[in-house]
Design a protein around this ligand. Structure first.
Ligand code: FES
Length: 283
């Protein structure tokens, strides 16, 4: 039987492997899926318009496209913009450079962007699909000039340590997404439900499942403890830890489903706001 050694793979180079299964499927899927998400997210963030839908210009409630939540500032007079009372800090700031679109999305994407970029699951995915280091287990990695070999997450990749800090802010976003879902049950002050409501509520639930299944949350909630039976507090921490562990074991699934769902929800609200499609609802 042929023996695969790391030396042999390293010597033979990129893509060299004795694997006979369809190992290429995973990095190709990530390349297309994650690449598509990055392209759509950037495009949506740069639009700066049609991110809000409501039957009336006044009255409580409406749909807010998730790539635009939370709304720190709002530029009035823009097509498809939310009413000014939804801005946390008020009208669009004067200091904003004129050559950058006045998009509320550009102000808030950094947190979810850093959170996803530094996620332990996504690291595996894009190291394989985008940088080929390596493209899969037991497959030759893309040679890097002047590389000292694997040096851990130091150097450029020290930025990955931001994950635990991004996590605190990402949790705040989850509460805001649930508030958006609450808003989506109203239109012109009237309680009801529409396809947009379901998409926005689903977005909050799925992002919640993804965020609370984070490895850093699991550590924070109880994973850092050495003894679960030593005190009442530790026993409670163990119960929380088991709950988070259930989500954590499905972290990859929630990463993908929530990523696709947020794109669909964002695009749907954008199209409804533009009048391209009509929202099915009870209002
Ligand atoms: S490990 Fe994936 S979000 Fe923290």
């Amino acid at each position: 039987m042929a023996t695969v050694t790391i030396e042999k793979i390293q010597k033979n180079g990129f893509f060299e492997t004795l694997r006979t299964d369809s190992w290429r499927a995973y990095p190709i899927t990530v390349l297309i899926g994650l690449g598509g998400f990055l392209i759509y997210g950037t495009w949506s963030a740069l639009q700066a318009d049609y991110y809000w839908f409501s039957i009336a210009d006044t009255g409580f409630g409406g749909y807010l496209a998730p790539f635009y939540s939370p709304l720190f500032f709002i530029k009035e007079g823009v097509a498809g913009a939310a009413p000014i009372e939804h801005a946390i800090f008020g009208p669009w700031p004067q200091w904003w450079p004129s050559w950058i679109p006045p998009s509320p999305s550009l102000l808030i994407l950094a947190i979810p962007g850093v959170f996803r970029f530094t996620c332990y699951y996504y690291r595996k995915a894009y190291y394989r699909a985008f940088t080929g280091t390596p493209p899969a287990c037991a497959v030759g990695a893309l040679p890097r000039k002047g590389s000292k070999g694997y040096v851990g997450e130091t150097g450029l990749m020290v930025v990955q340590n931001l994950h635990r800090y991004a996590m605190y802010f990402a949790i705040i976003y989850i509460f805001i997404f649930f508030y958006d879902a609450f808003l989506a049950f109203f239109n012109n002050g009237k309680l009801g439900i529409g396809v947009g409501t379901i998409l926005i509520l689903g977005n909050a639930i799925l992002l919640g499942a993804y965020t609370f299944g984070c490895h850093s949350v699991r550590h924070l909630i109880g994973g850092r403890l050495d003894c679960y039976s030593c005190s009442m507090g530790a026993k409670r921490a163990h119960s929380n830890w088991k709950l988070v562990t259930w989500l954590n074991e499905r972290h990859e699934k929630f990463a993908w489903i929530s990523m696709i769902w947020i794109m669909v929800a964002d695009l749907y609200i954008r199209l409804v706001s533009m009048g391209v499609i009509t929202d099915l609802n009870t209002w």
